[in-house]
Design a protein around this ligand. Structure first.
Ligand SMILES: Nc1nc2c(ncn2[C@@H]2O[C@H](COP(=O)(O)OP(=O)(O)OP(=O)(O)O)[C@@H](O)[C@H]2O)c(=O)[nH]1
Ligand SMILES: [Mg+2]
Length: 361
């Protein structure tokens, strides 16, 4: 079924029962469906992460173009058609009213995005404060945070965007959370080890998400058997390890809620485990840093590295510097770990972390 970005409430009604298996079996992740092409799935992945109606429409149109046209996809084709016409209408309304019809949009910034989730009082805002220079309100009562708020987490010479969020409870799930989770590179699921009901509140938050098509998993992926179902890579972050009884509650957490996720035990308040978590968050963004250098300059611009997904090529970096560079790119010289200093490379060169690149056109 086609993923509907506004689906949250209706899907929850449709799905009904709580699926207590939050993670897809590996085979579902690896095996591509026989009838949907890689291009289709790529467009759908982009649709999942689109932040404007224009982007959504462009992705839907690509999906329509790429979908194999046979009986088996009739239903999906019809869904796509109706989604395209709805999106066009929404876009027209947005244009004529000058107001965005969709909810909160947090523009992506930095090397990637990690979103903090959890039950009330888990310490999401305290952790945001520990990892960034932001000063969100931290207080010992639930629902201190009422709207998702971005902040930048420095890591060496780059930064990762963190999003602090209101709590997820059995009765409450902020309507913007789905889009934000699906658009994030990583989720941090916080558990309160101080309160006796901390584990239960975490389970409630997971159950609430399990009623929707936005789930947490070991890896980010779309479920091929249910095209709308999306998993976002997640770290489990048991917090308040400084609190009395926290060790026992951590053991209990492992017993009662055995989640197959990488775990980072912390005290956001006292700083325990914060730096390993910071490093892991950055590493999960899976990016390389590249410094550009002008041919006439002796030194590269070390202040503002470009960050690109690991495996990106020179031509992708050229596009980030300036779109004219893509067509006009002749070659580049690279100083870095994989090549001799000043080696001349072509557009397909795979960038390495901390490469210095001199583009020539
Ligand atoms: N002992 C201890 N207390 C903590 C720690 N982290 C947070 N707290 C306390 O837990 C309470 C809740 O912290 P917040 O950061 O506001 O929790 P939150 O998850 O943002 O809560 P909501 O915004 O309501 O969802 C505050 O009183 C914090 O001081 C910690 O590592 N150790
Ligand atoms: Mg908060």
């Amino acid at each position: 079924m086609l993923y509907d970005k506004k689906r949250t409430e209706s899907v929850e009604k449709e799905t009904g029962a709580v699926d207590r298996r939050p993670f897809p079996p590996a085979s579902r992740v690896e095996n591509m469906p026989a009838n949907l092409t890689a291009q289709y799935l790529k467009a759908e992945e982009e649709y999942r992460r689109a932040t404007t109606l224009e982007e959504e429409l462009a992705c839907l149109q690509t999906m329509m173009k790429e979908i194999p046209k046979h009986k088996g996809t009739d239903h999906l084709q019809a869904e796509l058609k109706s989604k395209i016409s709805k999106t066009k209408k929404e876009l027209a309304t947005e244009k004529s009213s000058g107001k965005r019809t969709r909810g909160l949009r947090i523009p992506r910034q930095g090397a990637g995005t990690a979103i903090l989730l959890g039950g009330p009082n888990a310490g999401k805002s305290q952790l945001t404060a520990a990892l960034t220079r932001a000063t969100p309100e931290v207080a010992p009562y639930p629902f201190t945070t009422t709207v998702p708020a971005p902040a930048m987490m420095p890591w060496e010479d780059v930064a990762v965007q963190l999003i602090d969020t209101p709590p997820i409870t059995a009765d409450y799930l902020d309507s913007h959370i789905h889009g934000l989770i699906r658009g994030a590179d990583l989720t941090l699921l916080l558990v309160d080890l101080e309160a006796d009901d901390g584990i239960e509140l975490c389970q409630e938050a997971l159950d609430r998400l399990a009623k929707t098509k936005t789930r947490l998993g070991r890896e980010s992926c779309l479920d091929e058997n249910d095209v709308g179902l999306s998993y976002t890579r997640t770290f489990l972050v048991p917090n308040k390890i400084d609190a009395p009884g926290a060790d026992e509650r951590l053991e209990l957490l492992h017993e009662l809620l055995p989640l197959d996720l990488p775990e980072y035990v912390i005290s956001a308040k006292e700083g325990t485990g914060i730096e390993p978590l910071r490093n892991a968050i950055y590493r999960a963004m899976d990016v390389v840093r590249v410094y550009s250098k002008l041919p006439a300059a002796k030194e590269p611009d070390r202040d503002r590295p470009f960050t690109l997904r690991r495996g990106s090529t020179l031509v992708e970096m050229a596009g980030m510097v300036h779109k004219d560079f893509v067509a006009g790119l002749k070659f580049a010289r690279v100083w870095g770990s994989a090549v001799h200093p000043g080696t001349q490379v072509k557009g397909d060169y795979v960038l390495q972390d901390q490469d210095v690149v001199e583009l020539h056109q």
